[in-house]
Design a protein around this ligand. Structure first.
Ligand code: SF4
Length: 518
C-alpha cells in the first residue's frame, strides 16, 4: 500500500498537489491511454502526491475508478478513489470498500454523488441508501474491522465541501454538514471548484473559528470554453462560472487556441498562488484530459509568481451583488495578517456579517411552510418525546397494538393519511423528519440526505427538482425563523432501516425498533 498522499497531507510544511482524472465510457482506447500516461508523467514529475479518479461523474457510466486506479497504483503513483452513494446500496458499498482495501487503495473521497444520469436504456435508478456522512462513518467503522483482521492501515477518507454557495441558508448547510463529515472521520477536505477568492477565504476563516484543523485542498480547474459554458449554464452540479469569466474565456480561445491555453495556465497558476498565500494546504487540479504538460506549466509558473500572490487578487473577486458572504471581505493589503506557527499567512478573523434578522416570510410562506412546521413540531413534542410523562403510556399502547397485530389499522387509517397530507410520506417505517425541521428526506430530497445538503443546490434550489427549494434551505429558513439554527448541525443521523419499510413508524418509534433506538 502506498502512503504518499497520506504522508504528504499530514505534513504541515508541505503544499500538496493532487490531480483529478476523469475516465470515459470505454475500457481502453485513446482517452484511457491518455489518463494512464498523465499519471505516469505525474509520477515522473515528482510534484504530485496523488491522482484522484472520479466515480461515474454526472451519474453517467464510465470506466470504474477502482480498476483504472489499480493500474495507476501499480506504476507507483498514489491514488484517491472517488466513492459515491448513488449506484450501490450499503451491502454493495461495503463490499466495494473491502475490495479496495484488498487492492491496497485506501485513499477515499467519500461523496454523496451527482444524481443519476443516463446509461443503457435511459436514466438509472438512484440508490442513495447512504449520504456522504454515513459513508464516511461506515469507512471509519470498517477500519476497526480491518485492524482486527491484521490490516492496520485503515481507510484514509476525505470529504468535499462547496464554499461557493450564494445564499446564507446554503452556506450554513454546507459548513454544518462539513462539521458532521469531520466528526464522522473525514481526514482531508477538497473544495468544489470555483473562482471567487472571498469564498475560498470564507471556508478557511470558518474552519479557523471553529478550530477545524483538517487539511484543505482547493480545486483549481483548467477551464476550456466548452467546460466554462457548461458550468455557466449550471450543467455541472454545484459549480459556478460567472458570465464575465465565461465570456472572457470564450474570447481568449477565439483569438487562438494557443492563447486560450496559455491564459488558462496563467489563470490556474495565479489562483493556485493565491490559495497557497491565504493558507490552503494544497491544490487539487482538474480539467486535464490529454497530457500532463499543462500541469507542469501551472506548477512552474506558480513557483515563479507565488510571492506576489496579492497582486492577482482582484482578478478573482466576484462582482455579484446578490451573493451572500458569511464574513466581511478582507482587505488583503491591510495589516489584518499574521504568520501562523508553520509560517502560513493567517488573517485576523473577519467580522461575521450573516443577517440576524428574521426571514421576511410572505403570507404564502407562513401558510404553507411556517405554520405546518410549527404544527408538526408541536405534535412531535406531544407524541414522540421520550422524556415526556406520556411516553410510557404510548409505549404500553404500542405494545398492545403490536401484540394483537393491529398496527396495520393504525397505519392505514390514521398514520398514512396524516403523513401523506403533510409530508408526502413514503411509508418507510423509520421516520427521519425530526432531523430536517420536519420535512421528509425520502419524499423531499431526491438523494434522501439525512445529514445535510448535497453540494448540488444552486441559488437555494434543488440540483434535481430545479423548481423546488432544497430541503436543507427550507430547514435553515424554518429554524432561523424559530431561532433554532443550532438544530441544523446536531448529532450523526443513522441510515434508514429498510427492514421497517411499510410498517408503522409510530409503533416502531415507541417500541424502540427504529434508527433512534436507545
Ligand atoms: S433537496 Fe437539496 S440535498 Fe436533496 S438533492 Fe436536492 S439539492 Fe441535494
Amino acid at each position: 500500500m502506498l502512503r504518499i498522499f497520506n504522508n504528504d497531507i499530514s505534513n504541515p510544511d508541505k503544499f500538496v498537489v493532487t490531480l483529478e482524472l476523469v475516465p470515459k465510457r470505454e475500457s481502453g482506447g485513446l482517452s484511457t491511454d491518455a489518463l494512464i500516461n498523465i499519471a505516469k508523467d505525474a509520477f515522473a514529475d515528482g510534484r504530485i502526491s496523488a491522482v484522484s479518479i472520479t466515480d461515474n461523474p454526472g451519474g453517467n457510466p464510465s470506466l470504474s475508478p477502482d480498476v483504472l486506479g489499480y493500474e495507476i497504483f501499480k506504476h507507483g503513483m498514489d491514488v484517491i478513489v472517488h466513492f459515491t452513494c448513488r449506484d450501490m446500496n450499503r451491502a454493495g458499498m461495503e463490499s466495494r470498500a473491502l475490495q479496495l482495501a484488498r487492492m491496497g487503495m485506501k485513499n477515499i473521497l467519500a461523496l454523496t454523488g451527482d444524481y443519476s444520469g443516463k446509461g443503457f436504456g435511459g436514466q438509472g435508478s438512484p440508490v442513495f441508501d447512504f449520504d456522504s456522512v454515513i459513508l464516511t462513518k461506515m469507512l471509519h467503522k470498517l477500519n476497526e474491522r480491518l485492524a482486527a483482521s491484521e490490516d492496520p492501515d485503515g481507510f484514509f477518507t476525505g470529504c468535499a465541501v462547496s464554499p461557493f454557495k450564494t445564499t446564507e441558508a446554503e452556506c450554513e448547510a454546507q459548513y454544518r454538514k462539513l462539521d458532521r463529515k469531520i466528526e464522522a472521520g473525514a481526514s482531508f477536505i477538497i473544495t468544489q471548484l470555483g473562482y471567487d477568492v472571498d469564498k475560498f477565504q470564507e471556508l478557511i476563516t470558518q474552519n479557523r473559528i471553529k478550530g477545524i484543523t483538517t487539511p484543505v485542498l482547493a480545486s483549481v480547474y483548467m477551464l476550456s470554453p466548452k467546460a466554462a459554458k457548461a458550468m455557466n449554464r449550471g450543467k455541472v452540479p454545484g459549480v459556478i462560472v460567472s458570465d464575465s469569466l465565461c465570456n472572457r474565456i470564450i474570447k481568449e480561445w477565439e483569438n487562438s487556441k494557443q492563447e486560450g491555453l496559455s491564459q488558462a495556465i496563467e489563470r490556474a497558476a495565479k489562483l493556485a498562488a493565491i490559495l497557497k498565500g491565504i493558507g490552503y494546504n494544497g491544490i487539487h487540479i482538474g480539467g486535464i484530459h490529454r497530457s500532463f504538460k499543462a500541469v507542469g506549466k501551472i506548477l512552474d509558473r506558480m513557483a515563479i509568481i507565488e510571492h506576489n500572490w496579492q497582486d492577482y487578487l482582484e482578478e478573482f473577486r466576484s462582482d455579484d451583488k446578490n451573493c451572500f458572504y458569511l464574513y466581511k471581505k478582507y482587505d488583503y493589503k491591510s495589516s489584518d495578517i499574521k504568520k501562523s506557527e508553520n509560517n502560513v499567512n493567517e488573517y485576523i478573523y473577519s467580522e461575521y456579517i450573516a443577517s440576524q434578522d428574521n426571514i421576511p416570510y410572505t403570507l404564502k410562506d407562513n401558510l404553507f411552510d411556517h405554520y405546518p412546521y410549527l404544527l408538526l413540531k408541536q405534535l412531535h413534542e406531544l407524541f414522540f418525546n421520550r422524556a415526556s410523562k406520556l411516553s410510557p403510556i404510548y409505549k404500553a399502547a404500542a405494545e398492545v397494538i403490536d401484540k394483537n397485530n393491529k398496527a396495520w389499522i393504525l397505519k392505514t387509517f390514521v398514520e398514512d393519511p396524516l403523513k401523506k397530507l403533510f409530508l408526502s410520506c413514503k411509508s418507510c417505517g423509520d421516520c427521519g423528519i425530526q432531523h430536517i425541521a420536519f420535512q421528509c428526506p425520502e419524499s423531499g430530497c431526491p438523494k434522501h440526505t439525512r445529514n445535510g445538503a448535497c453540494g448540488g443546490s444552486r441559488d437555494g434550489f434543488c440540483e434535481v427538482n430545479k423548481d423546488k427549494k432544497c430541503i436543507w434551505v427550507r430547514a435553515f429558513n424554518r429554524l432561523k425563523k424559530s431561532d433554532k439554527i443550532e438544530n441544523l448541525s446536531k448529532e450523526f443521523v443513522h441510515p434508514r432501516m429498510w427492514e421497517l419499510n411499510n410498517t408503522s413508524s409510530w409503533i416502531n418509534f415507541h417500541l424502540g425498533r427504529d434508527h433512534q433506538k436507545e
